[in-house]
Write a protein that binds this ligand. Structure first.
Ligand code: TYM
Length: 339
């Protein structure tokens, strides 16, 4: 049995503001994984256009996500940061996976159901086939580890199914690895500040529902002050958070930002009123996010510099994925010119 070289791949869509959920669920982990793995971090602009994007805004948002990776601490020289559309392997492999994945599999994807809503007939075909492109992103590099938030685990399961079916259909055992999700113990599912039953999301119409990575200190303070809570003080132990989704979310955010667990936070704040806890949480958010927001601003002020980083990353990404795609084409039976 071949063992695949450990490699990390993950992607973030350039659609609207990056928020605390993206940071605590994914980007923060991107930074840590650099110590132990080779990593590719991709701004998935081709995923973004599965719903309408204004071209000029898409360009800016792409640079902003790349800047967020760098501002958070990803090293674009030691690792690879690039935008998806600059590497044709993603689209090429996605087409093959469109022919491997089954309609029944895609019909089960809850994110499509949520995003398409009641008007499915009007959703783009791309939105439906989106998880196949995500599988291609990962497998075009034979990536073995994928840092994501909890909302992406179903898509990762599908990528595993696609890898397995390809290997079986073409009798090439171990051709593609079974990529593994890497989830954060706290932070994998950050909820809306306005509704503890809904995840924090870029598409929520209320900006008060999320903390954006580029919010200033006053905005962060206002959003946390206005965050929904209940009238009880914080409980002494995590069982006391069970029926209190908003309290659980704020405690989870505090735990994630301090690299501790909810029980540690309650050991410190159990019995405290929300007003005190919210004050401490605000200070913490400002300390952790302020420097990232400031660095993002500095980087996005020089678009040519960011574009150069993306172009360099894309060239290195192509060098890894092109030979894998050539092998895929041979396996599938496509004729190609030999160099
Ligand atoms: P996207 O752009 O919606 O989100 C980027 C990352 O942030 C995580 N995330 C969250 N984590 C915790 N709490 C939240 N409220 C929250 N909201 C978002 C997401 O789980 C994700 O890890 N399909 C992906 C992008 C993608 C991808 C890939 C990821 C495309 N190809 C290949 C990994 C590998 C997406 O839409 O993420």
């Amino acid at each position: 049995m071949t063992t695949h070289k450990p490699l990390v791949f993950s992607g973030v869509q350039p659609t609207g503001n990056l928020h605390l959920g993206n940071y605590l669920g994914a980007i923060r982990n991107f930074v840590r994984l650099q110590q132990s793995y080779s990593c590719l971090y991709c701004v998935v602009d081709m995923h973004a256009i599965t719903v309408w994007q204004e071209p000029a805004e898409l360009r800016n948002a792409t640079r902003e996500v790349a800047s967020a990776f760098i501002a958070a601490g990803v090293d674009p020289k030691a690792h690879i940061i690039f935008n998806q559309s600059q590497v044709p392997s993603h689209a090429e492999l996605a087409w093959i996976f469109n022919c491997v994945a089954r309609i029944g599999w895609l019909n089960r994807m809850t994110q499509f159901k949520d995003k398409a809503g009641s008007n499915r007939e009007k959703a783009s075909v791309g939105l439906y086939a989106y998880p196949n492109l995500m599988a291609a992103d990962i497998l075009a590099y034979r990536a073995t580890h994928v840092p994501i938030g909890e909302d992406q685990t179903q898509h990762l399961e599908l990528a595993r199914d696609i890898a397995q079916k390809f290997n079986t259909d073409f009798s090439v055992p171990d051709f593609f690895p079974q990529p593994e999700a890497l989830l954060q113990p706290e932070g994998a599912r950050i909820m809306s500040l306005k509704d503890g039953a809904k995840k924090m999301s870029k598409s929520d119409p209320s900006d008060l529902s999320r903390i954006n990575l580029n919010d200033d200190a006053d905005t962060i303070a206002k959003k946390i002050r206005k965050a929904r809570t209940d009238p009880e003080p914080l409980p002494e132990a995590t069982e006391g958070l069970k029926e209190r989704p908003e309290a659980r979310n704020l405690v989870g955010i505090y735990a994630a930002l301090t690299d501790t667990r909810a029980e540690d936070v309650l050991r410190e704040f159990g019995g405290a009123e929300f007003s005190r806890f919210k004050g401490q949480l605000t200070d913490l958010c400002v300390v952790k996010l302020g420097p990232i927001g400031a660095e993002m601003k500095r980087l996005t002020a020089d678009p040519a510099h960011v574009d150069a980083i993306l172009a360099d990353g894309a060239a290195r990404a192509r060098a890894i994925s092109a030979p894998i795609l050539a092998e895929v084409y041979d396996v599938v039976g496509f004729i190609r010119a030999r160099s």
